[in-house]
Design a protein around this ligand. Sequence first.
Ligand SMILES: Cc1cc2nc3c(=O)[nH]c(=O)nc-3n(C[C@H](O)[C@H](O)[C@H](O)COP(=O)(O)OP(=O)(O)OC[C@H]3O[C@@H](n4cnc5c(N)ncnc54)[C@H](O)[C@@H]3O)c2cc1C
Length: 381
Amino acid sequence: MQRNDYDVVIAGGGPAGSIAGTYLSRMGFSVCIIEKKEFPREVLCGEFLSREVLDILTDIGLREQFLHLKPNPISSFRFCPDYPRTFSAPLTFIGYGLKRGAFDLLLLHAAQQAGAAVIQPAAVEGIVRIGQGFQVNVTDGTGAKSIRCTHVIAAYGKFNVLDKTIRRDPPHRVSSLNGIKFHVPKHLFVDYPENEIQIFTTDALYCGVNVVNEGTATVCFLEKRSREDLRPRERLADLIRTNRHFRKIVHPDFAAAIESFPIYGTSNIYFGKKSLVENGIMMIGDSAQVIAPLSGDGIGMAMQCGKLAAESIDEGRRKNYRSEELLVRYSQQWHSAFRRRLWTAGIIQSIFMSKNGRRISNTILSSFPKILSSIIEHTRG
Ligand SMILES: Cc1cc2nc3c(=O)[nH]c(=O)nc-3n(C[C@H](O)[C@H](O)[C@H](O)COP(=O)(O)OP(=O)(O)OC[C@H]3O[C@@H](n4cnc5c(N)ncnc54)[C@H](O)[C@@H]3O)c2cc1C
């Protein structure tokens, strides 16, 4: 019979939730991860895995299993604005391209192997404070149930109806940014260097391309909603027209072929500040704050954040902190770990999504191309 009380309940089994679950289980806490979707599932993401992802995988002994999935190694970055020149820089680390379906499944299995219970597919519908602990209300295929716990970690991603249920302040922010991902057979890119991640920009969007596993390339873009309101496939056709570098690498069949590929997308992606703690609930990963994808490394940050949450709960147990003290410590550590790179990533995103910003950055990069390497370093953990 399934138990109904745990030390920690984690809402969401993405990278943040799975890593928190793995560390907490290894520290001896009883943990339950509740994940809404059946895995493997795809999510909106450029699927570029940066340095700190590998650091954490190594730390939890998952490096070999990860490499077994045959992720594509990436060692170079190229910025291709809607101007004649492109700018490239070697990465100071080896990154990897891997589909999120495979990656997130690996992480969730690792949490399970460490001892975390996983209820899936099941949705957290509400979180209620009861005395010193919580009651988490969950629905799955068999109906509704309640789980008691001492700590709740929210790892449910960018935004969620749960933000409203727990009366998060501000409850639900909106933006004019949509994100779209396609998986495309890599032969639809001509002479594309597999070891390179390339970013293409126009007035309306920026788009990342990198090769992942299984002979596939990921094409992922962030677009400003505008009056002409193009559909995702039309947006890519527009990118072919307006960015000569993108036009050069796509096969003549590209525009026709993408008609049949599924679209993974999310609208209203909000990159601003959110609360790190709400009603005693610890927010981690994208639930805490979404980093601008052009320059950031959301998966690595989500995993770091999961580890940080686990360490804070463990420190609270060792030092006998009251719950409020523990949450204050977590917020302080979160700020010192991530504040600088969130700020840098936000500035870079606003430069590359504005016409003047791109014109000025094109001039600066033409004169000082080495700045690119320094920008990459400043947005990595
Ligand atoms: C356009 C774009 C491109 C990006 N590209 C990259 C990239 O190339 N590299 C990179 O490192 N980062 C990238 N990111 C960022 C990255 O995708 C996120 O930072 C990362 O997925 C955050 O992980 P997470 O675990 O916090 O949330 P998620 O990965 O969103 O996981 C949340 C989980 O919670 C589950 N869930 C939701 N609601 C409930 C509920 N009520 N009950 C139970 N479960 C629930 C969901 O099903 C999901 O599995 C990109 C982001 C965008 C917007």
